[in-house]
Design a protein around this ligand. Sequence first.
Ligand SMILES: [Zn+2]
Length: 259
Amino acid sequence: MLNSKEMQPRGPANSRDTYHLIGSEPQQSALFFETPSEIYARVLKDLKPRTPLPDIRVEYRRYANANSSIRLEEGRLTVKIADILEGAPAPILEALAYILLGKLYRRPIPARYTHRYRLYLNRRDMRQKMQLVRQIRGRKFVSGPEGASHNLEEIFERLNREYFEGLLGRPLLGWSRRPARGILGHFDPSHNAIIISRIFDNPATPALALEYVMFHEMLHLRYPVDHHGVRRRVHTREFRQAEKAFPKLEEAKDLLKKL
Ligand SMILES: [Zn+2]
């Protein structure tokens, strides 16, 4: 993915939270016989010992992702969890409970819980499951390569010949529905599609800017994301090295900053 923030210098990865839980001792891992709502009740008691427990309902929903949400309304706490997490071990559900309840009550979330949860989602089997649910349940709108001023297929094939010896298989190509300035392009591996922001489909847009965004997304097609522990490295060293093959790289990046 290429977003406009990427044009700015990058800070360290946000995977090292330095928050600590205030006022109570860390609990041991979830007990294996707890139901999901019992886990939420226990975590809530730990976070807010004096608050009377609301009615707690935990539902698993058919989502095309691993999202979860929490809501407190009229004394009822509703937690919706993606069904991809339905078989998750209790310590994972416990970690998610700390994350969601921490967000709900604006409490710092202890790093060990975010770490534990991310590590689980980053497991190979979980990533495969997620890719599958995205493919099956996620709807993908792909406009096709022909825009008003530019044809993405032409650009793809030209760059393919010039930089990839024509070896990249052509994915679905399309323009984003809206002329987004935030996300300039992205490669979606679940649907094998490169989507380019419609902001570029304009005769006034410098061809170099559009070509660079396409080139960047083609590199994502060529260099898969590197998963290691909780880390997910999208722009690997190899990726960055290969990107340097693009002539006028700095000029192109400058153009994107001025969009
Ligand atoms: Zn990228």
